[in-house]
Design a protein around this ligand. Structure first.
Ligand code: SF4
Length: 235
């Protein structure tokens, strides 16, 4: 159980959770998270300590990642030494500008307008009427990990394994619906944390009781949840 102030974003909590699990000796090989926990920094930090973060592809908020066949950042070949990108249409970028945004190194890459205007792939690549395709890249070390993560998240085997996440979501849902987890009974992080620990203990007790009782009365039939389908597919 890990309690933070409500203003702490999930994406920040990912690092705390890794450290916490590592300290306790429970460092996982794989961490199944929802999209809110994934950032380039979290992917890099986790990789450095040997944890594979698995979740919806990072930074998949651009329109190219949402349309069938859309040309996204992982479809470009980056030449880091000569400082250009090559697109699936075989064109090279003409601008490579290194800068900073929100205290992070960012490289802006731009393709020539004339190259993009006559390109047969344009509809899947850029909607700009006035400029060529542009990319916003992170430094090589970060870029490589982000691209690897995005390609991995698109694999069918990863999508199947990710269904295991439904077990975590159902535990959260049980806490929220059955134990009022969304409401604080107390003021202050220490007391709130105590409430969360007690809630988790109560949930464990209820699950144990259900486990012990299930042999004595017929279980209510429900449609299989994604986790059960996942386990059945593995069997
Ligand atoms: S639109 Fe431009 S960047 Fe995209 S594939 Fe065509 S030439 Fe390359």
């Amino acid at each position: 159980v890990f309690t933070t102030a409500a203003t702490v974003a999930d994406v920040v909590a990912g690092s705390f959770i890794n450290e916490y699990l590592d300290e306790k000796g429970y460092k996982p090989e794989e961490s199944y998270v929802d999209g809110g926990y994934i950032s380039a920094e979290h992917l890099v930090e986790s990789e450095a300590i040997g944890i594979k973060v698995i979740g919806p592809s990072y930074s998949a908020s651009n329109w190219q990642s949402k349309v069938e066949g859309g040309i996204d950042i992982e479809d470009f070949q980056i030449n880091w030494e000569k400082k250009y990108a090559e697109c699936p249409g075989g064109k090279r970028s003409t601008v490579w500008r290194e800068g900073e945004r929100n205290n992070r190194a960012v490289i802006r890459v731009q393709f020539k307008r004339d190259d993009c205007m006559g390109c047969p792939l344009r509809a899947k690549c850029t909607r700009s009427e006035t400029t060529g395709r542009s990319l916003s890249l992170r430094e090589k070390e970060v870029h490589d990990i982000v691209v690897k993560s995005r390609l991995k998240s698109k694999e069918d085997a990863t999508k199947l394994r990710y269904q295991i996440r439904s077990g975590i979501e159902s535990a959260i849902s049980q806490g929220v619906r059955g134990f009022g987890l969304r409401f604080n009974r107390y003021i202050g992080i220490e007391k709130t944390s105590l409430q969360h620990v007690l809630t988790a203990a109560a949930m464990n007790m209820q699950r144990l009781v259900s486990w012990w009782q299930c042999g004595q009365q017929p279980a209510r039939q429900r449609p299989p949840v994604a986790l059960k389908s996942f386990i059945t597919a593995l069997a």
